[in-house]
Ligand binder design. Structure first.
Ligand SMILES: [Zn+2]
Length: 368
C-alpha cells in the first residue's frame, strides 16, 4: 500500500491512496488505476490536470472500509477527514488491533470552507505532518488574521485601488473568497487558475461568490476598480488584467508570513490551510500515540519538540529512511531557511518595518 507516494517505481498491482489534491501529494500516483481518493479530491485533481491518457480513480468516502486484500481480513483501512482542504483525508490503518494513523496535511482551527471537521482517532503509531512543526511557528487566531486582512484591504480600497492577493489556489484562495463574501460587500475576481478549483468547491456545497477575471462581469468589475482579486501564489508575473489596471496593492497569504518578510508584496498575512505548532501538539495529545514519526517540512524540529514537550518517542521519517540507505542525512531546504532565526513580529510591526528588513525573504518557498 502506498499513500501519497512519489516513487516512479510503483508496481502496477499496488494499492495506492491520494489524500488530497495538492500537487506534492499526487505526484506519479495518478497513473495507477487502483488509486483511491475522495470524490472531492478526484474532482479537484481533474480540474487542475488534463492528463494525456485515461485515468481511473476509485472514489472512496470518509470512514468507508477499503478492502485491500481479501486474504488479510484483519486489515481495516479507512479515510478520515483531515480538515485541510476540500475532501482532504488522513488514513487510518488498523491491523491486529494496532492502529497506525497517517495524517497527511492537517488543517487548523476556524477554516470557513471545510465541510467535515478534522477527525482525530486514537492510534498506537502516528505519522504526522510537520509543515509548521517548530515551537516558534504560532499564528495569531483566525479572527485576528481576518481582521488584519479586512482592515488592510479597506485602506487600499479607500485609496481607490484594487486589492490583489496571492494565495494557494486550492485552500487559501477559497478561504479568502468566503471571508470577503461573509464579511464585506466587496466583489471578488478570480484568476483563471483559481476559478475552476472554486467551482469544484461550489459543486460540493461550499457556497462562494466570485467572478472569473476573463468573464464579462469580471472584466467590468476590474474596469470599475475597488475589487478583491485573487491569483495563485506561484504566479510571479502579474497577469494581464492587473497590468491593464496598475492601480493596486498586493499581499501574499501564507503561513510562512508568521516568520518571514516578503519584500515583493505590500503586505503578508499568515493565513494557512495547515495546522500551526500548537494545533499539531493538541492533535497529538488527542490521538495519544505510543510512537510518532514526523514528515513533510520541519520533521526534525517537530520530533525533538514532541520528545521534549510530550515525552513520546518521535522520529523524523526522512532521517530514518536516509539512515537505512546509509546516506548522509540532508536538511530539508525549508529548515535551512527557518534557521536564519528571524524574530517573530506582529503583522503591523512587519508592515511598518518592511523596508528596514528586506534582507530575508522566502520568495522561493510556498507551501500548500
Ligand atoms: Zn496540502
Amino acid at each position: 500500500m502506498l499513500i501519497d507516494g512519489k516513487s516512479s517505481k510503483i508496481p502496477l498491482n499496488a494499492q495506492t491512496i491520494v489524500t488530497h489534491a495538492h500537487s506534492d501529494h499526487y505526484a506519479f500516483m495518478y497513473s495507477n488505476p487502483r488509486t483511491r481518493a475522495t470524490q472531492e479530491t478526484i474532482d479537484l485533481f481533474f480540474c487542475q490536470k488534463k492528463p494525456a491518457g485515461p485515468i481511473t480513480f476509485l472514489p472512496t468516502q470518509f470512514n468507508e472500509e477499503i478492502v485491500f486484500d481479501p486474504e488479510i481480513p484483519d486489515l481495516d483501512v479507512r479515510l478520515v477527514s483531515s480538515g485541510h482542504v476540500l475532501g482532504s483525508a488522513s488514513v487510518s490503518i488498523n491491523y491486529n488491533d494496532k492502529v497506525i494513523l497517517f495524517t497527511s496535511d492537517i488543517g487548523g482551527r476556524g477554516q470557513l470552507t471545510i465541510k467535515e471537521p478534522i477527525t482525530k482517532i486514537d492510534a498506537d503509531i502516528l505519522v504526522i505532518e510537520a509543515t509548521f512543526g517548530s515551537p516558534e511557528l504560532v499564528f495569531p487566531s483566525r479572527e485576528e488574521i481576518s481582521m488584519e486582512i479586512l482592515k488592510w484591504s479597506a485602506d487600499v480600497i479607500k485609496e481607490k485601488r484594487n486589492v490583489v492577493f496571492s494565495a494557494g489556489k486550492l485552500g487559501s484562495a477559497q478561504e479568502l473568497i468566503k471571508m470577503f463574501n461573509n464579511l464585506t460587500n466587496l466583489r471578488v475576481v478570480t484568476h483563471g487558475d483559481v476559478t475552476p478549483v472554486s467551482d469544484v468547491y461550489q459543486k460540493h456545497g461550499i457556497q462562494l461568490e466570485y467572478f472569473d477575471s476573463k468573464s464579462e462581469e469580471g472584466r467590468e468589475i476590474l474596469r470599475d476598480g475597488e475589487a478583491i482579486i485573487i491569483q495563485p501564489r506561484e504566479k510571479k508575473i502579474v497577469p494581464y488584467f492587473i497590468k491593464e489596471h496598475i492601480n493596486y496593492r498586493s499581499a501574499i497569504v501564507t503561513g510562512m508570513a508568521s516568520r518571514f518578510i516578503y519584500k515583493d508584496y505590500d503586505a503578508a498575512f499568515p493565513l494557512s490551510s495547515h495546522a500551526n505548532y500548537p494545533e499539531l501538539i493538541e492533535y497529538i495529545k488527542e490521538v495519544s500515540p505510543e510512537l510518532i514519526f514526523t514528515m513533510y517540512g520541519l520533521e526534525e524540529k517537530l520530533a525533538k519538540a514532541i520528545t521534549n514537550e510530550l515525552e513520546i518517542p518521535a522520529i523524523p521519517l526522512r532521517k530514518k529512511e536516509e539512515e537505512s540507505q546509509q546516506k548522509t542525512p540532508k536538511k530539508p531546504k525549508i529548515q535551512k531557511q527557518i534557521e536564519k532565526k528571524i524574530p517573530i513580529t506582529t503583522i503591523e510591526n512587519k508592515l511598518l518595518n518592511k523596508d528596514a528588513k528586506k534582507k530575508t525573504t522566502l520568495d522561493d518557498y510556498f507551501t500548500d
